[in-house]
Design a protein around this ligand. Structure first.
Ligand SMILES: [Zn+2]
Length: 411
């Protein structure tokens, strides 16, 4: 196990970069700077001249100048890891030539193909797992290692390429990854977040997302003399929830199906509140979902005298609106994946990515898989061969677009 991408990866996961959603500042945890410092040092050692390190907010930008007038391509990965599982003191395990059986992470935790069928596709390959107490950090340090390996390739080879920009961001896991992202240091025609799961995953659709907060004010009286007076806020909250379609919830939906997710409920007789996450890929259906909640609230207000307040906040939009205008990007990426003998897995992201925001900032930015699985959990693992292949894929994408440009120049 001596490949460059894996060496880098193991170095990066030794640094704890767990982000902290209770903090308002960026970076939310100072240790993210330890990884940023290391990456800046490595970029300098590679001989990259244009490095911009936003030390205040912990963003690392670097540009490898093109040796040819080809499309300028960017790659983005995030340095932080999710707070859903511990990210410090990671003791990884390497399983060579995986036999397809259960993997004992520790005395109590088993990584089993019965629970995680993706394991079945790695028989004969080598895996990196956790020891059952922490996450692995492949989300997203696998992406960082692959991007760094790709840069090293172009520095050492004389192959043609246009400008290559990379950016490593903090705090993606707490939704702040693009808060201080500066386009000025990332001058590209299009980019990729390298932050998906399996090798060959290529996604350019994500949910439209909004949050609905519903605050209900009831009338609390003594139970013994409540007749005709009491308005029980908690029961109105239950009534509101019962008016939403019961099947359109996360636990009953998949693929392109949208939902209302009751994320939080609090209440007593006098006061209650509900928080819903509204998600839909289709813009019209998304608007209809928001309307549905508004109508339900209006109907309760009519009956109980304006005791319900509704606040709907949009959070992010489907990047498809931007990416669908870039057929050359979609087709070119698929061709590059296919040229390595990998079938592109074009599936929608049932969530959002930093690429969503960046796409709406004017840089079309779909997402690529990194060759790792089960993010945000102690069952997270990476497939060594898939990570090596992903690093190769990044190189192939750049070469592919460089060649396409040459062809179109000759036409
Ligand atoms: Zn991620």
């Amino acid at each position: 196990m001596t490949s460059k991408v894996i060496d880098k990866f193991l170095k990066y996961i030794s640094i704890d970069t767990t982000s902290d959603s209770s903090k308002e500042e960026t970076p939310s945890t100072p240790s993210q700077r330890d990884l940023a410092d290391l990456l800046v040092k490595e970029l300098k050692e590679l001989g990259i001249e244009e490095i911009h390190y936003d030390k205040d907010h912990c963003y690392v930008y670097a540009k490898l100048k093109g040796n040819k007038n080809s499309p300028r391509i960017g790659f983005i990965s995030h340095m932080d890891t999710s707070e859903d599982a511990p990210g410090n003191n990671i003791k990884y395990k390497v399983i060579e030539n995986y036999d397809g059986k259960d993997i004992l992470l520790n005395e109590t935790k088993i990584l089993s193909p019965n629970d995680y069928p993706s394991l079945k596709s790695h028989v004969g390959k080598s895996l990196i797992t956790t020891s059952g107490d922490t996450l692995l950090g492949a989300d997203n340090k696998a992406g960082i290692a692959e991007i760094m390996t790709m840069l090293e390739y172009f520095i050492n080879s004389k192959d043609d390429h246009g400008d290559i920009c990379v950016c490593f961001t903090p705090d993606e896991e707490i939704g702040l990854g693009t808060l201080h992202f500066n386009k000025e240091y990332f001058d590209v025609d299009f980019a990729y977040t390298v932050d998906g799961g399996a090798l060959g995953e290529f996604s350019y659709e994500n949910f439209n997302a909004a949050t609905a907060i519903i605050n209900i004010t009831g009338i609390s009286t003594h139970c013994g003399s409540a007749k005709g007076k009491m308005i029980n806020a908690s029961k109105l909250a239950m009534a509101i929830n019962s008016l939403l379609p019961i099947s359109e919830v996360p636990e009953n939906t998949e693929n392109y199906e949208g939902f209302f997710h009751l994320d939080e409920i609090k209440g007593n007789v006098g006061k209650a509140s509900l928080k819903y996450l509204i998600r839909d890929f289709d813009k019209t259906n998304f608007e209809k979902r928001k309307e549905m909640i508004s109508k339900i609230v209006s109907s309760i207000n009519e009956k109980y005298g304006n005791c319900v307040e509704l606040i709907i906040k949009d959070s992010y939009k489907n990047m498809l609106n931007i990416i669908e205008k870039e057929p050359a990007l979609i087709e070119g990426t698929k061709e590059a994946i296919l040229s390595l003998g990998i079938t592109p897995d074009v599936s929608p992201i049932r969530g959002g990515t930093d690429g969503t925001e960046i796409s709406y900032k004017g840089i079309p930015c779909p997402n690529l898989g990194v060759g790792a699985y089960n993010f945000h959990s102690v069952y997270e693992y990476a497939c060594i061969e898939e990570m090596e292949e992903t690093a190769k894929l990044l190189v192939t994408i750049i070469k592919h677009f460089s060649k396409e440009k040459e062809k179109s120049n000759k036409r």
